[in-house]
Ligand binder design. Structure first.
Ligand SMILES: Cc1cc2nc3c(=O)[nH]c(=O)nc-3n(C[C@H](O)[C@H](O)[C@H](O)COP(=O)(O)OP(=O)(O)OC[C@H]3O[C@@H](n4cnc5c(N)ncnc54)[C@H](O)[C@@H]3O)c2cc1C
Length: 411
């Protein structure tokens, strides 16, 4: 039995902690945030690898994971279905996954309010330093798995040159209760993974569980993600300024988004989007936005320390793989530790396997997101953009990858 510290208690950290705990290791998760983390995220497309990773964590939750859709529909601006395809998928949510994974881990294995400040490798293991209520505290471990997100403190310590890159656009996101929507929207969009591609933009949406993770008809919600170009510099800075005039470079908290931004977004929605999506935007209680970044690493392990999930690679959301990729990283780490033991050799084996996968995910997501920006001079014909959106976005590559026209080295 090895002593393993997991830094970051979001979905990636919970996946790896559960798997290692099941393998009999002494695991401790250190999470910076105190209190409830449920309800922080929105919809998540589930992939087969995600379901297998849940099973590997001892969880058989396929029946209650989320909301199933039979396929996809692409709407034109008038709200008419232009393309409809069969593509069954299950859509879950950040909070549902967090709830399932968190419940599986004994509570004394999940420490909150612990902000890791640095990690030091020693001859006999690793020492982790953290601030707890302003006091420095240390933990010792055989290996450390850093799953501390896109701004990873651990990555910045070892690989400061690796920084997130802004993609040139933002995503407005939100959820709207099913019970608020008109019959027209319920009939023509709600049950499907929906798409629309106004020039240089894209909106997607799908049904997810409603409050208390309810998945029954009438109690679900519709999750949307609207990608819109915003140039780096002054435009982005102004977008990232909250309703009180405070600049928030890491993102404006949902409850602080300026009302003028909200009003403009909804007005643009009425002008540019199919009426179904415009209605959803209008009725979603608290839309918020995130600038779209990606992150490409050249190394994901150093000695007895591994980076995984968003700390290692961030692919833009078009491939819908943020959580699935973290889950696959977790499986690879747990497998490598089974084979080599909790040591540097295991983490090197993990890195060898997952570096190409991370790179490929980032490239594929860049390719899918390319057309969102108007400024890159690579405007594609509308039919191609529509086809790419509906056939290639957030597909389960294991099941539907044969349809992909992605070329690995495309920009
Ligand atoms: C609030 C939120 C909402 C999200 N919503 C979606 C979504 O709707 N759809 C989707 O596909 N993906 C979403 N994601 C991303 C998705 O959850 C991640 O791709 C996936 O969870 C894998 O990320 P991760 O666990 O590696 O990192 P993250 O989810 O970013 O978690 C990193 C964790 O590390 C903690 N942490 C950071 N620094 C420290 C430190 N110094 N010490 C201790 N702990 C630290 C953070 O508090 C956080 O809990 C969301 C992520 C977050 C944080």
């Amino acid at each position: 039995m090895a002593r393993i510290l997991v830094i970051g208690g979001s979905l990636g950290g919970l996946f790896v902690a559960n798997m290692l705990q099941r393998d009999g290791h002494d695991v401790q998760v250190l999470e910076k945030v105190r209190g409830s983390m449920s309800g922080r995220g929105a919809g998540i497309v589930s992939h087969d690898v995600l379901v297998s990773a849940l099973e590997r964590s001892g969880l058989d939750v396929q029946a209650t994971l989320g909301v199933a859709v039979p396929g996809r529909v692409l709407l034109d601006q008038a709200g008419t279905g232009l393309i409809k395809i069969d593509m069954p998928q299950v859509l879950t949510s950040w909070s549902r996954l967090y709830q399932i994974l968190r419940a599986e881990l004994p509570s004394d294995r999940y420490l909150q309010g612990v902000s890791v400040t640095r990690v030091e490798e020693r001859d006999d293991g690793v020492q982790v330093f953290a601030s707890v209520d302003g006091k420095e505290t240390t933990w010792a471990a055989d290996v450390v798995v850093a799953c501390d997100g896109i701004r990873s403190r651990v990555r910045q310590q070892f690989f400061p040159q690796v920084q997130p890159q802004y993609g040139g656009y933002i995503a407005w996101r939100g959820v709207c209760d099913e019970s608020l929507l008109s019959d027209f929207t319920l009939r023509t969009l709600f049950d499907y993974f929906g798409f629309s591609v106004p020039p240089d933009e894209q909106i997607i949406g799908y049904p997810v569980a409603g409050s208390e993770n309810a998945t029954g008809r009438g109690h679900r919600a519709y999750n949307f993600v609207w990608y819109r170009p915003v140039s780096a510099g002054e435009d982005l800075k102004s977008m990232l300024t909250d309703g009180d005039g405070v600049h928030c470079p890491q993102g404006v908290p949902p409850n602080k988004v300026a009302w003028r931004q909200l009003a403009r977004m909804r007005e643009d929605g009425r002008r540019l989007l199919p009426p179904q999506f415009a209605e959803i935007l209008e009725k979603a209680p608290q839309p918020f936005f995130q600038p779209i970044f990606d992150l490409l690493s050249d190394a994901v392990s150093v000695g007895r320390i591994a980076l995984m999930g968003d700390a290692a690679f961030v692919a833009r959301p078009h491939i819908g793989m943020g959580v699935a990729k973290a889950a696959e990283d977790a499986v690879a780490i747990a497998d490598a530790i089974r084979v080599h033991g909790a040591n540097a050799a295991a983490l090197a084996a993990y890195a060898k396997l997952r570096l190409p996968a991370g790179r490929s995910a980032v490239q594929r997501a860049r390719w899918l997101g390319n057309y969102v920006k108007s400024s890159d001079g690579r405007a594609q014909p509308m039919a191609q953009r529509q086809h790419q959106a509906i056939y290639e976005t957030a597909i389960d590559l294991g099941r539907y990858g044969h349809q992909s026209t992605f070329i690995e080295n495309s920009p």
